[in-house]
Design a protein around this ligand. Structure first.
Ligand SMILES: [Zn+2]
Length: 57
């Protein structure tokens, strides 16, 4: 089943970011997904399938 993502939603990744935070805020949803780290506020863009693999469901 396809996981859906909503702008503003917080997702948790299995592995922490370099800053130690596991929480990410979704900034944009499209073919790829833009995320902001809740720890250091750094922004990254990830393909949807990559995010599906990395988050805790
Ligand atoms: Zn971070």
């Amino acid at each position: 089943m396809e996981r859906t993502y909503t702008v503003g939603e917080i997702v948790k990744t299995k592995k922490p970011h370099v800053c130690g935070s596991k929480d990410w805020k979704i900034l944009r949803v499209g073919a790829d997904i833009k995320l902001e780290c809740c720890g250091c506020k750094r922004e990254i863009i990830m393909m949807r399938f990559e995010l599906n693999k990395r988050i805790i469901k």
